[in-house]
Design a protein around this ligand. Structure first.
Ligand SMILES: C[S@@+](CC[C@H](N)C(=O)[O-])C[C@H]1O[C@@H](n2cnc3c(N)ncnc32)[C@H](O)[C@@H]1O
Ligand code: SF4
Length: 491
């Protein structure tokens, strides 16, 4: 999926203990990013777990499809997945089970999804869906706890579809999609959300209305149109598929799940921001505006062989930062020298190699064309970042989603000292949610409510008690500071 819908469709964490753990980790991530820390004591709150680096299709601008990726073809084994999930899944809000290949080619994908979803991480699979899916496999996927299945279908008919999804079988894909929707209804499930994701190119841009009608007929939860990356005719390297020329459709995201998401008023931030439309985030900050790459504090890429890459932009194996099996645990791997050097280089090079507008959205199809990197000398791919917009714009919708679901106690901590958690650039990136933190209602929350676990052991202790318990054994003293803020309104 793209993540435009995410701020509205990400469900709240239901279990109060899990919610406290995930948000405690999230607060530490914000603090570390704000400080420009080189070593970190938190885990990612978002992770890509790429279980299958192979694909049966040949989409022309995909590095896997056109075989230009420098990475081996592999499937993740169950033992590696279990080690990973046991270590990090409890801290994750989001887990993306796809990147450099076709995830449904992994025969045990549903088991991996179930493991991670069991820790209330919202799992997402993007798939070409051009694989035979017998009823039992459809049912296993639907029952796995998967949060969203996003089907990449770039056409409303076989002729247009096949121009980009080379080797794909349109009839099979639509049959699978309709079957999943029907079965999901029969099983009475709310999740996974079923999305049709349609990349727009010059050759299929006239099919927007047809796709809308078909998505409604099938009873899909979401439909997203997104400009497909392609090169204009005659450009060296162009693959016979060209950028869209029509304006973007008025509603790039639609569907019943999106409408329901817009109406949510479960949390304070959702209520305080009701009806406000978030603007498209603008271009990068200028000199003097502290610079980080969000990926290095929020997320990472795990490949089937245990390789650990920094982000989805650096896809070749030469650019990996380390391997999970070279370290005793995930935290040690995330603090491998390539990670600490790169975080330090960003902090040292704050804004220094950033000419005005260098990282703007003005490249081809919205891709920035500059080579702005760390601004320092990390000796990693980040010194020559292939897509600088990714550094600060790829987490906008994820951050918004997590903030919009935040329980009252998190709002209280953030509202007491927003500048301790957010970068100046965040005011431009997250204006709607951040402005809510400055409202009197956000600061005036009760200090810590209502329940006393000593009175009734079945009652979940309140957030302060849980946070203090986590802080007691956590290596980062910032967590105790967060608990102080929650208790006293200040550290
Ligand atoms: C590399 S694919 C892997 C997942 C799966 N095989 C699929 O196609 O959905 C990851 C994402 O890249 C998208 N993608 C492929 N070609 C693209 C292009 N030219 N422009 C933008 N996104 C593209 C896919 O649609 C998918 O959402
Ligand atoms: S289906 Fe996905 S992974 Fe396969 S070639 Fe197309 S975009 Fe790439």
């Amino acid at each position: 999926m793209g993540d435009l819908a995410l701020p509205h469709i990400l469900p709240r964490v239901r279990d109060p203990r899990r919610e406290v753990r995930k948000y405690a980790n999230f607060l530490l991530a914000l603090r570390a990013r704000r400080a420009g820390a080189a070593r970190v004591a938190h885990h990612p709150f978002d992770l890509t777990v790429d279980c299958a680096t192979l694909c049966q299709l040949h989409c022309p601008y995909c590095a896997v499809g056109n075989s230009t990726i420098r990475r081996g073809r592999a499937l993740m084994d169950a033992a590696l997945h279990e080690r990973l999930a046991a270590d990090v899944a409890p801290d994750l809000f989001l887990a993306w089970y796809f990147s450099a290949g076709e995830p449904l080619l992994h025969p045990r994908l549903h088991e991996h999804l179930a493991r991670t979803a069991g820790e209330e991480a919202f799992t997402v699979v993007s798939t070409n869906l051009s694989v035979p899916l017998p009823p039992a496999r459809q049912e296993a996927l639907l029952r796995s706890g998967l949060g969203m299945l996003s089907a990449s279908v770039d056409g409303a008919g076989a002729a247009t579809y096949g121009q980009y999804r080379r080797g794909g079988d349109f009839a099979l894909v639509m049959d699978n999609l309709a079957g999943l929707a029907r079965r999901k209804r029969q099983m009475g499930l709310r999740f996974p959300l079923l999305e049709w994701r349609f990349l727009l190119f010059a050759h299929n841009q006239h099919e927007v209305d047809a796709a809308r009608a078909m998505a409604t007929d099938m009873g899909l939860d979401l439909l997203e149109f997104f400009p497909g990356y392609a090169l204009p005719p005659g450009t060296p390297g162009e693959q016979g598929v060209h950028p869209m020329t029509a304006p973007m459709p008025e509603r790039p995201v639609s569907g019943p799940a999106y409408d329901a998401g817009l109406a949510r008023r479960e949390t304070l931030i959702q209520r305080l921001t009701a009806g406000q439309v978030a603007p498209t985030p603008g271009p990068a900050n200028g000199p003097g505006d502290p610079r980080r790459c969000d990926w290095l504090y929020a997320s990472g890429m795990i490949y089937p062989d245990g390789a650990f890459g920094p982000c989805c932009v650096a896809t070749d194996a030469d650019d990996d930062f380390t391997r999970l099996d070279a370290h005793p645990d995930f935290g040690a791997a995330w603090n491998a020298p390539a990670f600490t050097r790169t975080r330090a280089a960003f902090a040292a090079g704050d804004g220094s190699d950033r000419p005005e507008g260098a990282d703007g959205m003005d490249g081809i199809n919205g891709m920035g064309a500059s080579h702005s990197g760390t601004g320092g000398a990390a000796g990693t791919v980040c010194d020559r970042c292939p897509l600088p917009v990714a550094q600060e714009l790829q987490f906008v919708q994820k951050l918004r989603a997590i903030l919009r679901n935040a329980p009252d106690w998190v709002v209280r901590i953030l509202a007491a000292a927003p500048e301790d958690f957010f970068l100046p650039a965040d005011h431009r990136r997250l204006p709607v949610e951040l402005s809510a933190l400055y409202r009197p209602e956000a600061r005036a929350l009760p200090q810590h409510p209502d329940v006393d676990p000593d009175v009734d052991p079945n009652v979940v202790p309140d957030a302060l008690v849980l946070l203090r318990a986590l802080a007691a054994s956590h290596p980062d003293p910032e967590l105790a500071r967060c608990a102080d803020i929650l208790e006293r309104g200040h550290a």
